[in-house]
Design a protein around this ligand. Structure first.
Ligand code: UDP
Length: 381
C-alpha cells in the first residue's frame, strides 16, 4: 500500500521522522513524503538531521501570509499532489493548517486519512488558535486516530468517534527525543554548538525558554519578555532562549532582552542541540506544545506560559504547571521553584506520561495491517 505523509512545520517533522523511519523499514508499505514547508528553515533543519528527502516539496512559504491565503493555496496544491501520487492513504499529524487542509483534500478524493497525535483538546476554540479547530476538523474525517494517551482517546470517544478507529500508541515525540538523545550521547559533536554557552554560564542554573504561540502575540509576548528580564536579574540564573524567527516574536524579545548579560538569545536550534539544551537546563519555561511533552521525560520541570493546555497529563503527573502570561505570575512561579528545593524535587521526577518510545512502531504496524486486510478483501472480491 502507498502511504503519503503530509506535513509542513518543525514540530510535525520532529514527531513524524520516527514514523517515516518505522514505515520505511517495512517492505509492505510504499512511503511517500509530501512537505508544504509552512516553516521553511526550521523544517529543513529537522529533515536534514533525520536523513529525509521529501518526494514532493510544495514550498508554500511566503512572508506574512494569511491563514485564508495559505489555506486556499494549500488545498489546490495538495489536491494536485494527491492526484499525482495516487496514494491509498494519507497520514497527517497534529493540528497545523497543513494538517487540516491535507485532510480535507484527501477527503475530497475519498482517500482515507490517518491522524497521528489525535484527540488533543483544550475545549476552547480560541486557545490554541487556530489549532483547536484544525484538529477537530481532522477528527471528522480520519478513519484511524492514533491517540498519544488514554486521555486523548477519551476526548475522541466523548465526541462520539467510532472506538474502532482509535488506537492509543504513545506520543511519537518521545521516540524522537530518546533516539536523538542516544545519538548525541554517542556523537557529542552533533550538539557541540552549545559548549561555549555551557562554559560561559558554568555555575549558574540554566532556564531554557521557548515562546512562539500565536495567541501570545502582542501583549502576551511583551509580558513574557519582561518576566524573563526580571528572572535574569538574579545572578545565579542564566537564560538560554532560541528565538523563533516569527516577526511577532523576535523584535519584541530583542527590544527587551537584547543587552542583558545573563540572557543568551540564539537562533533556533536544530533538534540534537535542543535536546542537549533540555539536558543542560534546570527548568524549562515555554508556551510550546512539544516541549511540554519532552521535558518531563528528562526530569525537567516545565512552566507553561499559556492559559490552557491540551496536554493535561504533565500537569496531572506534577511535572508541568500552567503559569499563564502575566509578568508577575511567571516571575513568582519561577522564583518559587528556584527557592524551594522540595517543590523542585517533586516536579523534577523523570516521568514519561506521554509515551514509552515505541509509538511509531505501533503506528506503522497498524497501518500495514490495514493494507493487508484491504488487499485480502480486494482478492476475495
Ligand atoms: N525545538 C527545536 N529547536 C528549538 C526549539 C524547539 O528543535 O530551537 C523543538 C522542540 O524540541 C519540540 C518542537 O521543536 O520538539 C516544538 O516546536 P514548537 O515549539 O515550534 O511547536 P509546538 O510544539 O508548540 O507545536
Amino acid at each position: 500500500m502507498k502511504v503519503a505523509l503530509v506535513f509542513g512545520t518543525r514540530p510535525e517533522a520532529i514527531k513524524l521522522f520516527p514514523v517515516i523511519h518505522a514505515l520505511r523499514a517495512r517492505e509492505d508499505v510504499d512511503t511517500r513524503v509530501i512537505v508544504t514547508a509552512q516553516h521553511r528553515g526550521l523544517l529543513d533543519q529537522v529533515l536534514e538531521i533525520a536523513g529525509i528527502v521529501p518526494d514532493i516539496d510544495l514550498d508554500v512559504m511566503t512572508p506574512n501570509q494569511t491563514l485564508d491565503g495559505l489555506t486556499a493555496k494549500l488545498i489546490v496544491e495538495l489536491g494536485q499532489a494527491f492526484d499525482a501520487e495516487k496514494a491509498d492513504r494519507v497520514l497527517v499529524h497534529g493540528d497545523t493548517l497543513t494538517t487540516m487542509v491535507a485532510s480535507l483534500a484527501a477527503y475530497y478524493r475519498k482517500i482515507p486519512v490517518a491522524h497521528v497525535e489525535a484527540g488533543l483538546r483544550s475545549g476552547d476554540i480560541h486557545h490554541p488558535w487556530p489549532e483547536e479547530v484544525n484538529r477537530r476538523v481532522v477528527a471528522c474525517i480520519a478513519d484511524m486516530n492514533f491517540a498519544p494517551t488514554q486521555a486523548a482517546a477519551d476526548a475522541l470517544l466523548a465526541e462520539n468517534r467510532d472506538p474502532a478507529t482509535i488506537h492509543v500508541t504513545g506520543n511519537t515525540v518521545i521516540d524522537a527525543l530518546l533516539a536523538t538523545r542516544q545519538r548525541v550521547l554517542g556523537e557529542p559533536r552533533l550538539a557541540s554548538g552549545l559548549d561555549g554557552l555551557a562554559a560561559r554560564f558554568a555555575g549558574k542554573r540554566i532556564i531554557a525558554v521557548t515562546s512562539h504561540r500565536r495567541e501570545n502575540f502582542g501583549g502576551g509576548m511583551e509580558a513574557i519578555a519582561r518576566a524573563i528580564a526580571d528572572i535574569a536579574a538574579r545572578p545565579d540564573i542564566a537564560v538560554i532562549f532560541p528565538v523563533h524567527p516569527n516577526p511577532n516574536v523576535r523584535p519584541v524579545m530583542e527590544a527587551v532582552l537584547g543587552t542583558l548579560p545573563n540572557v543568551a538569545m540564539i537562533e533556533p536550534l536544530d533538534y540534537p542541540h535542543f535536546v542537549r539544551l533540555l539536558d543542560l537546563s534546570h527548568l524549562v519555561l515555554t508556551d510550546s506544545g512539544g516541549v511540554q511533552e519532552e521535558a518531563p521525560s528528562l526530569g525537567k520541570p516545565v512552566l507553561v506560559m499559556r492559559e490552557t493546555t491540551e496536554r493535561p497529563e504533565g500537569v496531572a503527573a506534577g511535572t508541568a504547571r500552567l503559569v499563564g502570561t502575566d509578568r508577575a505570575a511567571i516571575v513568582r512561579s519561577v522564583f518559587a521553584l528556584l527557592d524551594d528545593e522540595a517543590a523542585y524535587a517533586a516536579m523534577s521526577r523523570a516521568h514519561n506520561p506521554f509515551g514509552d518510545g515505541h509509538a511509531s512502531e505501533r503506528i506503522a504496524k497498524i497501518i500495514a495491517a490495514s493494507g493487508s486486510a484491504r488487499g485480502a478483501m480486494d482478492e476475495a472480491a
